[in-house]
Design a binder for this molecule. Structure first.
Ligand SMILES: C[S@@+](CC[C@H](N)C(=O)[O-])C[C@H]1O[C@@H](n2cnc3c(N)ncnc32)[C@H](O)[C@@H]1O
Length: 275
């Protein structure tokens, strides 16, 4: 039987689910970010500047005073660089991140209309905007068909999606294997996402693959073990084992610790809207 790209996307994301007995054995959710680490990412993104391929594409699609919609905005990392010149609407489902977005907007003096809730469920109360941006969200979305359909449906000029080439947890695959004997899926990838856009929106998007230095660094081994211990669903009494496993992949510079490659590959998928 033919598997459509939206079905393949959903199946592969479902395969990333962590077995419930592993989750039951630990006190913390593996999915969150500590506020300190997230703030550091945002700060580094700010230092890295606005001239990313994603921002250049957004800028080329936005008309003078054109409006921007940021879906899964987090604390505004992807859209705030444009918000001085363009009316911005942000959709964010996580109340803590929505609060963070309000605070950052106030700090920076950025005007933003915030819709708190999940996409596409909130799509009915959101107007069509000139450009829709959605950065580092799609691997969270199993029901990708309606999600992408509403991105297309809310853009007058174009849609820009930024994502990693493969699932953000792909780098954890060898650690899951070593610590739990658990195999993880090999997809979905950005090519699967392109196929979803072709299926749902009937257009072949532009794809740009680029790289930047990573935005996550750690202050100490303790912080590394805390973050990776949670991500890898590891009971606290196994942290020595985790330290031994991670040690060959750690580099240190000026008191900052990095795990794995310092360079990150990023993909920008964009398509104009023909109306
Ligand atoms: C990894 S963060 C990226 C945030 C921001 N776009 C950035 O690039 O920094 C993913 C964000 O998408 C939000 N999110 C995930 N699925 C969503 C959905 N269906 N509707 C609205 N927000 C969503 C999460 O709460 C989180 O804030």
């Amino acid at each position: 039987m033919t598997e459509f790209p939206t079905g393949r996307w959903q199946r592969l994301l479902e395969e990333w689910a962590i077995p419930p007995e592993m989750l039951d054995a630990v006190p913390d959710s593996p999915y969150g970010w500590s506020p300190e680490l997230w703030e550091r990412r945002v700060q580094i993104a700010r230092e890295q500047g606005i001239e990313t391929p994603t921002n250049l594409i957004i800028g080329s699609l936005l008309p003078h005073n054109g409006t921007l919609l940021d879906v899964g905005a987090g604390t505004g990392r992807a859209s705030f660089p444009h918000a001085q010149d363009h009316p911005l609407t942000a959709v964010e489902k996580n109340p803590e991140l929505a609060d963070g977005l309000r605070e950052r907007a106030a700090e920076l003096g950025v005007a933003v209309r915030l819709i708190e809730g999940s996409w596409p469920e909130t799509a009915g109360v959101v107007d069509v905007h000139d450009v829709v941006i959605c950065a580092h969200v799609v691997y969270d979305v199993q029901e990708i068909g309606p999600f992408v359909r509403e991105l297309c449906g809310h853009a007058r000029r174009g849609v820009v999606v930024e994502l990693t080439p493969d699932h953000p947890w792909s780098g954890l695959v060898p650690y899951y294997r070593a610590l739990h004997g658990l195999e993880r899926p090999t997809g979905p990838t950005y090519q699967d996402f392109v196929a979803v856009v072709e299926q749902v929106c009937g257009t072949s998007p532009e794809v740009e693959v680029w790289s930047r230095s990573g935005q996550v660094w750690f202050e100490s081994w303790e912080e590394i073990l805390d973050h990776y211990g949670k991500r890898l669903v590891l009971p606290r009494d196994r942290r020595d084992e985790l330290r031994d496993l991670l040690a060959p992949d750690i580099t240190e510079e000026d008191g900052r610790y990095f795990v794995g490659s310092r360079e990150r590959t990023i993909v920008t998928v964009s398509w104009p809207i023909a109306r």
